[in-house]
Every structure is written in structure tokens, then in C-alpha cells.
Design a protein around this ligand. Sequence first.
Ligand code: PLP
Length: 401
Amino acid sequence: MIQANPHYEELERSYLFSEIARRVAKWQAENPTLPLLRLGIGDVTEPLAPPIAAALVAAAKEMGTPEGFHGYGPEQGYPWLREAIARNDFQARGLNIQADEVFVSDGAKSDTANILDILGRDLTIAVQDPVYPVYVDTNVMLGRAAAIRRLTASEANGFLPGPDSPGADSDVIYLCYPNNPTGVAADRELLSAWVEHALARGSLLLFDAAYAAFIRDDRPVSIYEIPGAERCAIELRSFSKTAGFTGLRCGYTVVPHTLEAQGAGGPVKLRDLWLRRQTTKFNGVAYPVQRAAEAVYSEAGQKAVRRQVAGYLANADVLRRSLEAAGYQVAGGQHAPYLWVRVQGSSWDAFDDFLERLNLVITPGSGFGAAGEGFIRISAFGSAETVARAARRLETGRVEG
Ligand code: PLP
């Protein structure tokens, strides 16, 4: 008899986006002429910037020539991309991260899941609530449903739970800043407290910085800006939201040489285990995609992606002003493409109300965890025109005539 992994039956039904789609489809069928606007999108809306698209095309063409053909590549990424990442994202900020500590991948989602391969079985896990659901589901799949503790992100702690939160006393702690879904970003003081806690307790921080490019002041962009993090933290990064790679797929994970864990016969370097894991189980990222990622760091690439991110942040500013003018309490959106908005009644009631009254699609906060009940997430991904129209509706409380 074939045995299935029983833990898949412990997963909560992935209800959020299918239920949104169902309610929107029903509403559209009943109201085919009304002008629906979507502020629920967690995907970029701008096309690839021209210098990045040009690098992709050039590399694809190279592959069709005898001199430029590339077969199997290094699973951990081509050295020129790993060097560009280490130099631009870390060394340029004074951080001592080397190319051989950078592992190129097809994105942060895969890495947040796959990294669990190199950790022991018997671990307690802390995640924030509300949370990016992948952290929870990937642990449930491994049989850790009962080992997951929730760090409540509420108005009371500014949506920034610290190491004094119940549940923080865990072996693995997921931190995501700037955060999806709340859109808040941690400051140096909070991240320092987490690093200190992890070092004192012997915990591992899994620091998801998929939205790092949205930080617009001098708060830490990388966990390695906090001294000691190189001994307790793995950082996950993505080109998805920062350079429009959601369709191309590329990200990277940093595992410092100095990060040790207890092995069967003494301390082991997690970096070496990750190298072994990736070279055994991962095929690497396509050569043209890595060339496109490299182009993100060119002068023209940087200018273009900064402009795109600034555009999404300007959208967030417009939405925040309208929401506040309409009397809503709004968190996030200053260093992230998401706004976290307090609503009256349940998140799903608010979803229906926004759809029917304003013809706007938003995301119910309760879909990200129990602490998200009573909130909605509004996304700033979208064109400036869409956002301006949506903002007018939010402000006036009605759909344009
Ligand atoms: N981490 C967070 C917090 C996210 O919101 C997302 C995507 O929405 C990801 C990771 C996934 O990133 P990638 O597209 O690189 O897999």
C-alpha cells in the first residue's frame, strides 16, 4: 500500500485567494458593467525594465551560438552573479558577506521551504501572526504542526513583536521585514534585540527580506547590519518584488560561514550543508535569468528598478492619504508595498463592503492568521492611474459617476 505523507492532511485549506476569486467572479457576473479595481495583488505590475529585458534577450541569443552556449551551470549560481550580489547588496554597505556565502535560487518561496531540509526534525518554530503562509505550511508538511508558535503582531506592539513575546523561546524564528502582510519595517533596535535573543538562546533566525528594496530610510536592510547576526541568521532575498522577476524567477539566500549548528558529532557549518543540499537537489537558475539578475546591478538597471520601486511607494503614499482622510487607521506602506488597515467588523465583511460599495478588491487580513481578523491588506502594486481612481473612491466613499 502506498503511504502518503499524512501531514498534508493537517494543512489548513488554502482558502484565501480561491475565496476572493469566487466572490469576485460572482459579483462580476451580477454586475458586468461596473468598473472593478484590484488592490489585492501581491504581484508586480510593471514590466521588466529595458536594461534587464535586454540582458535576458542577449543571453538567450548567446545560448544559440557555439561560443555562447551554456549547459549545466553551477547549482549555487554563476560566480559573476554571486560576486555582484555580495559586492552590491552587502560589501557596498560595509557588510562582510562573500560570494561563496550567497546561493542563487529560483526565489525566496522555494528557499524558505527548502532550507528546512538542513535542520533537525525536533524543533520549535516561531512565526508572526499574521504571517506569509508558506512558513507555516512548509513546517506542517514536515510534521511540525504542533511545534509552531505564533508571535502576535497587533496594534499594541505596533505590529512588531519582539523577543519578549510568548512563543519567542523557539529554535527557529521567522522574521519578515519589511513585512507581508502588515507592511511594517523593523528598526535597528528591534532587530538587535532579536539577534541578541537568538545568540543567547541558540536559535536560528530565518530573515525574509524579500521587500528589502522598499526601505526608504536608514533602518537596516539586511539582518547582517546587526553585529552577531552572521552567527545566528540566514537571510532570504528575492528579485521578484525588487526588480519585477515574479515571472522570471530568481532570488538568493545567504548562509554565512560563521553560522554553526549542532551536528551528530559536533558543530557543523549550515553553509556547507546548504551547498550540499542545493548541489544535490536543485538544478540552478537558467543562464539567461542569471544574466538578467546581473543586469539589475548595472548602473542603468539600478536606476530603472529604483524608479519602479519608487513608483509603488508613491502609490502607497496616495492610498495611505486617502484611507486616512476617510478615517481609517493605517499601518505599513512606508517601507513596503502593503498597507494594513483596521476595519469595522470582520475582514470578510469588509471585503464584501469594499467590493459592493467601492468596486474595489482588497485582501482580508484574517486570511493571514487569526491576528489578522479585523484588518484588510491593501496592495500598492498597480498603475498610478488605477491607484488614483481607487484613492478617489476611498476618499469619497463612492464609485466615480
Ligand atoms: N517572502 C514573502 C514575505 C513574500 O511576500 C513573497 C512573495 O509574495 C515571497 C517571499 C516569495 O518570493 P519569491 O517570488 O522570490 O518566491
